[in-house]
Design a protein around this ligand. Structure first.
Ligand code: MLT
Length: 280
């Protein structure tokens, strides 16, 4: 696959912790966590296909195309078992990765994300945004999404964070944005998977998140056996930027808990995606 090699940044040593960004961002959103979590673990933050410097996914992709790219990439890096953390769209990819390759995971972090598929209304919104993005590029995502990303208090007190998010959004390629909108609209329902997650799991929400309702975090935490749930105050949809130390501390704990977890029960057999080699 052309996108076997994702662009990424890496820090530290020890248990690998892979951080997947949300939509429409790139790996730089995790800068603080690369530094802080990188003090206690080997942290790798890739650009998902079509974002940052990573190549585009195939035309009209599905979420499993992003999972396949991730599986190729972790294989190429010889990451046998690792902690996978996904923010929002990155969480959709992480849950689908878990469905196919649970045995590769040492831990799972679900940050401001949800397990369910799009409603019909949400799909319509994505298709109309696709048309706008073809017309106006990334600026259309800035206009549509930025006002709802950081918490109102962040917008008021930290305009520099708003500026940073705008810059990250503006530099994303049109093709990558459109591809991700298309894939998110058809993503599968991961709710039935939740009870089968066999690794230490952290569920994080932002107390002032206006993109993802708190009920989604509550559902995931209640359904995943033994999951730890944390709600970060004074944060909206972007706790990695709005409360970087609080999120980093939680991810450090997750890395520690995943390293020291007793041997987990054998997960269900993996269901390989056609053409994707896995090491286990
Ligand atoms: C994200 O941050 O990845 C998006 O808000 C997810 C979505 O649009 O469903």
């Amino acid at each position: 696959m052309a996108n076997a090699q994702l662009h990424y940044e890496e820090r530290g040593r020890g248990l690998p912790v892979v951080l997947l960004h949300g939509f429409p961002f790139d790996h730089t959103i995790w800068q603080a966590q690369l530094d802080r979590v990188g003090e206690v673990a080997r942290v790798l933050a890739p650009d998902l296909p079509g974002f940052g410097a990573s190549p585009l996914p195939p035309p009209e992709p599905v979420i499993d195309d992003y999972v396949a790219a991730l599986a190729h990439w972790v294989d190429a890096l010889d990451l046998d078992r690792f902690v996978l953390v996904g923010h929002s769209m990155g969480g959709y990819v992480a849950l689908s990765f878990a469905r196919h390759y649970m045995a590769r995971l040492a831990g799972l972090g679900l940050v401001c994300t949800r397990p369910g598929p799009d409603t019909d209304q949400a799909k319509e919104n994505r298709y109309s945004l696709i048309n706008e993005v073809w017309d106006r590029g990334a600026e259309a995502t800035v206009d549509r999404m930025l006002p709802n990303l950081p918490a109102p208090a962040t917008q008021e007190k930290h305009p520099e964070i708003v500026d940073q998010v705008r810059e990250i959004m503006r530099r994303q390629p049109t093709g990558g944005i459109v591809s991700a909108l298309w894939a998110m609209a058809s993503r599968p329902d991961s709710t039935p998977l939740l009870g089968n997650i066999t690794v230490p799991t952290l569920v994080v929400s932002g107390a002032d998140d206006r993109m993802i309702p708190q009920e989604d975090a509550d559902l995931m935490a209640a359904s995943i056996p033994g999951a730890r749930q944390e709600r970060i105050s004074s944060a909206g949809h972007l706790p990695m930027l709005e409360q970087p130390d609080a999120l980093s501390d939680l991810l450090r704990d997750l890395a520690h808990g995943s390293r020291t977890a007793p041997d987990i029960p054998e997960p269900p057999p993996t269901q390989d995606i056609a053409g994707v080699r896995t090491q286990r």
